[in-house]
Design a protein. Sequence first.
Length: 506
Amino acid sequence: MILKSLGVYGWPERDENLLLASLLTGDPLLLIGKHGSAKTHAALKLGQALEEKFLAYDASKCMFEDVLGYPNVEKLKQGVIEYVPSPVTIWDKRFVLIDELNRAAPELQSKWLEIIRSRRIMGFSTEVKWVWAAMNPMDYAGANTLDEALVGRFSFFVYPPDVLQMGQEDRIKVALYRNGDDAPGLNYWLGDEAHHETGLCESNKHQPNIHELFTLAAQHYRRLENNLSTLGEFLAKFTELLVRESDGQVALDGRRLGFIHRNILAVRAIELAKAEMSHAGLRDFAASARAVVISSIPTGLNDESVNREEMMHKVELCFDLLSEYFREDAELSRVNRIFELFTTTDLLRKAELLLAHDLGEMAHSKAWSNLMASGMDLTMLAYAALQVEARRPGTVPQELLASLSSRIRDDRLSAGCIPKLENDSVEHVEAVEQLLDQDSDLAKLAAVQRVRMLAANGRVTPERLRETKTAITDDIEAFENLIGGHPHNNKGGNEHENLAAHSATR
């Protein structure tokens, strides 16, 4: 691992890859952790490995003049705006860490927004390529809420491990390690000050060739971008499912979708480059993308009232439902069917998807749970499901059979549940009664459902009667085919939609 070789211990490789992916794309990253979790140390060591000008700013103390510099008075006399640089001004820095970001007052936080967003300051370009920030958890005394616009500019949200989350071997290494701030007196009395680390970049021939890693990863990124041309479609589907599942609490905007898209590609590119350089195995793509998505969503970062764990569980659930997209041997039509199962409002189509297609235990269980918890009239679906179960045992979860039986309403077999016809519609009573005159319970259910819709939607006309009769016939045929094991083809038209290009990059 790169971090371990740099003296940063205890990080799981999946989190290391998030840091490296941020350096690959240049999209900003926010580290969230307790004091002493080596946030600044990790950034410093990576800056040194890159051999780039690195500087950590303490946002809680830093004055804007420290970052910008003071105006050159002589230049101002000439009508030219120029700032006098110093060792701490930002103009020539390449990699900066904005530390203690949520300890800065809101008006000072906003001054960093331009740097994070566009690597500019007061409209002037800088040499900055990489911007990271670090903050403590919101329950710390003195912590201030981050502006939502500021949060929205960060691509990754990474939580460094506490020492108690590490394995014993890493805890021992942490205990024995001395960074540049540790024991300065000891270095002095031993005459060993040359080994005292500073904020300056130091080349180390024993460090891994991080430049070679990024060059190789960039090539993989371009190839992935071409091979996964439909990743945006996957993210669009994932986003819609997430909004539904979270009742709108996790609604991703366009910038966030762009971040997630690049993050997935960048982390996979890093993994591929590492595997190529070390001849090691490659992590499962679905597991990789799942970790990336979780680390790309800032829900609960600012608001302690939001249960981040609960929201992240919903993120994981929605991702897992569609995760087959990332598997090389996936039946991609199944990914589309799962998405349709959770988004269609057509109860017949939902029944077909549930009762006639193998969409996996998770999708089936979740869809049934959603239906049973809803206030929808499930009489038709429940009747068909029980008929299917009688013919093909195991189609319906056994624990739901009793509940399904209770959802069949007897009044749906009679005209008593149909709104009364009024005004001009009364003259069509006889025609409506003929529609309800069906031979089987299944046919009666279909007829009552369609006639209820007819009566509830306003004035009854001969044309609407004909449309309703056709719809009843189609419903009966569809449910009979479903019960008989011969469902209709996908009415959504996306049965063969190719969501992902399969390639060796997986």
